[in-house]
Design a protein around this ligand. Structure first.
Ligand code: HEM
Length: 496
């Protein structure tokens, strides 16, 4: 009898702990504030193509932590540095899975890539290979010559427009440049040229468009027929086949080259060769990682360059300050060295300020791995989490005059790219933070320093600098809506 009584008491206390303490006195879970929602679609009608902006507007009304519903799917939205730190910094492991849809799984080799694969042993393996073999400081340093050669080509291309005083499409040039750097570093050669190159670049663009498209069927399953009828699934299959064909070619090229040389010379090995030697990653895994490097590294880097030049042209005072720094350090030498870049504090401030105002990845997406209570809110396992990096970068609680481009705020500041302080985390944070930061910053610094060292810039048809628009284009990375067209004036030419 006594044993039965003890058993019932223990069972009751377990049930009270599990069910009562988790719920507030109304008998409900303590959810974060939620804007009113509609049946079936939840809060989807309150979003727009520029999701980061729509969420910022909702947050101004309902606070920095909100629970929305995309259809029936709960979505936790975090939009202040303080809240982001309490959720992600304190509980990194719980928030270390990534969201995916049936289409992103199709496109990224069914979770065999690194960007969307769940946190765990397989992800750790991929991350360590990518960091050690491609993205570590040492590796990034070792293919400095690639960045230098590609930057020289970009400068030549721009210079050719100087004599005719025609506008150059910097958006397009930056895309090509970033693509060439990533392809040469990861695959050993360029792939953007000729008819095949054009098809490959178009397929990548389409991949970015598809990955940024919100699929209604993911949130309201009985509406998934829409993606079939409007051709979305068809586009996913088409681009999947095109990219797979391209990646197969890259892999085959490396396999046959390895057989031909047969010399086992480690110095000739590149990233693809190293992946091919690892028996724990299958062919789809290899293609997934290669696609990650393209998807994670090209569009983000070119977007940063595009916005940095946009802001410098719109703000001539800051452009002149940067120009003065670069020209004083480099003088009339043609080549800008790493040593020079190391001394350019204003350049680093300009890049940070660009990434604060125009974080290419505006929303960090995560998924909770288990139930958790943070800031008194009960969050269930498998909740989609969106951290609005873009809105946090413009939050008046963290920044003075947040809408202004003002690089000086980063001079003598301890804020770095590691995302330690969540008020500035353009590369994310923690386990799933960006492994490509060093490569990205090295590429951006070299290009920007050269662009202001060697050229003056004006807008076509006598347009005023301050009139340059800052309209955004929705996508995996946030780009300008309109291409950045500018007329370069070569410095030597200018000085004649
Ligand atoms: C300015 C350029 C770049 C920006 C702003 C950027 C930003 C980001 C952000 C915000 C994330 C998500 C982090 C998170 O969820 O906490 C990420 C992840 C990632 N990035 Fe970057 N990135 C850039 C360049 C690169 C480059 C050059 C590469 C490689 C060539 C790269 C590869 C990746 C990969 C593989 C991931 C997934 C990491 C994982 O899930 O474990 N990124 N990046």
């Amino acid at each position: 009898m006594l044993i039965l009584l003890i058993f019932i008491t223990l069972l009751l206390s377990w049930m009270i702990k599990k069910y009562v303490f988790k719920f507030n006195h109304h008998g409900h879970k303590n959810n974060p504030p939620s804007p009113p929602k509609l049946p079936v679609i939840g809060n989807l009608h309150q979003l727009s193509a520029l999701t980061h902006r729509a969420l910022q507007t909702l947050g101004a009304k309902h606070g920095p932590v909100m629970l929305l519903h995309f259809g029936s799917k709960p979505v936790l939205v975090i939009q202040s540095a303080d809240a982001a730190a309490q959720f992600l910094k304190e509980h990194d492991l719980v928030f270390s899975d990534k969201p995916h849809t049936s289409s992103t799984r199709r496109l990224l080799y069914d979770l065999k890539d690194m960007i969307i694969t769940p946190y765990g042993e397989y992800w750790r393996k991929l991350k360590s290979i990518c960091v050690l073999q491609l993205l570590s400081n040492k590796r990034v340093q070792s293919y400095k010559f690639i960045r230098e050669e590609e930057t020289a080509l970009l400068l030549e291309e721009i210079k050719s427009c100087c004599l005719s005083e025609t506008a150059v499409d910097l958006s397009q040039q930056f895309d090509l440049h970033s693509n060439n750097v990533i392809c040469r570093a990861s695959f050993g050669r360029r792939f953007g040229e000729g008819e095949n190159g054009r098809r490959f670049t178009m397929a990548l663009r389409e991949l970015f468009r598809l990955m940024a498209t919100m699929e209604i069927g993911e949130f309201v399953p009985w509406l998934s027929w829409i993606s079939r009828v409007n051709g979305f699934y068809g586009r996913v299959e088409k681009v999947r086949e095109e990219l797979d064909e391209f990646l197969e070619m890259v892999v085959e090229e490396h396999l046959s080259r390895g057989l031909e040389s047969g010399d086992g010379n480690k110095n000739n090995e590149n990233f693809v060769d190293i992946l091919l030697k690892d028996s724990s990653i299958d062919r789809d895994g290899i293609k997934g990682i290669l696609l990650d490097m393209l998807a994670g590294g090209t569009d983000t880097t070119s977007s940063t360059l595009e916005w940095a030049m946009t802001e410098l042209i719109r703000n001539p005072t800051f452009k002149m300050k940067l120009q003065a720094e670069v020209r004083e350090i480099v003088q009339d030498r043609q080549v800008i060295t790493d040593d020079d870049l190391g001394k350019m504090q204003y350049l680093k401030a300009v890049i940070k300020e660009t990434l604060r105002l125009h974080a290419p990845v505006s929303l960090l997406g995560r998924v909770t791995r288990e139930d958790i209570t943070v800031m008194g809110y009960d969050i269930s396992a498998n909740t989609l989490v969106l951290v609005n990096i873009w809105a946090i970068g413009r939050d008046p609680a963290s920044w003075d005059q947040p809408e202004m481009f003002h690089p000086e705020r980063f001079l003598n500041s301890s804020l770095d790219f590691k995302g330690v302080d969540f008020k500035f985390a353009p590369f994310g944070h923690g386990r799933r933070g960006c492994p490509g930061t060093t490569l990205a910053i090295a590429s951006v610094e070299l290009v920007l320093a050269n662009l202001v060292h060697k050229f003056e810039w004006k807008l076509p048809m006598g347009a005023k600098c301050e009139d340059l628009d800052v309209l955004e284009q929705p996508g995996v990375s946030l780009h300008r809506k309109n291409a950045l067209l500018v007329v370069p004036i070569h410095r030597e030419h200018n000085m004649l």
